[in-house]
Design a protein around this ligand. Structure first.
Ligand SMILES: [Zn+2]
Length: 125
């Protein structure tokens, strides 16, 4: 696993033992917004049709952006419907379950293969 970070204080060198910590509150807020992108995509597809595809997203702790394909801009009524559906799903407070059919390593390998395919690079392993 690869992590990138910033040294906020002090210095360290290769071989030093360091402790890295995740900001758990920030991580939870990002996870919530990530889930919201799934809710939003589902609501968009229900309201506009199955042709709607995700064209990008940007998820942060305090906001998200979701880009999608559609033939026209949304009407105020469509926007209201989608917003109500997403908010209803949030307020329903569904139980969250995690299903893992593959190990993290298998998942990462599959992801690498699919990104290698799309960029034309070759998988080294
Ligand atoms: Zn997801």
């Amino acid at each position: 696993m690869l992590h990138r970070g910033k040294v906020a204080e002090g210095v360290f060198a290769e071989g030093d033992a360091v402790t890295a910590a995740v900001d758990a509150d920030r991580r939870r807020r990002i996870a919530r917004n990530h889930t919201a992108t799934h809710l939003l995509q589902a609501a968009l597809r229900r309201a506009l049709g199955d042709h709607v595809k995700q064209a990008g997203s940007h998820v942060e702790a305090d906001r998200l952006r979701f880009d999608f394909t559609h033939f026209t801009g949304l009407t105020a009524a469509e926007l209201a419907t989608i917003e109500e559906e997403v908010n209803a799903a949030v307020w329903a407070d569904h139980r969250c379950t995690r299903r893992r059919n593959r190990s993290s390593r298998q998942w990462l390998r599959a992801r690498w293969r699919s990104s290698a395919r799309s960029t034309g690079t070759t998988c080294a392993s």
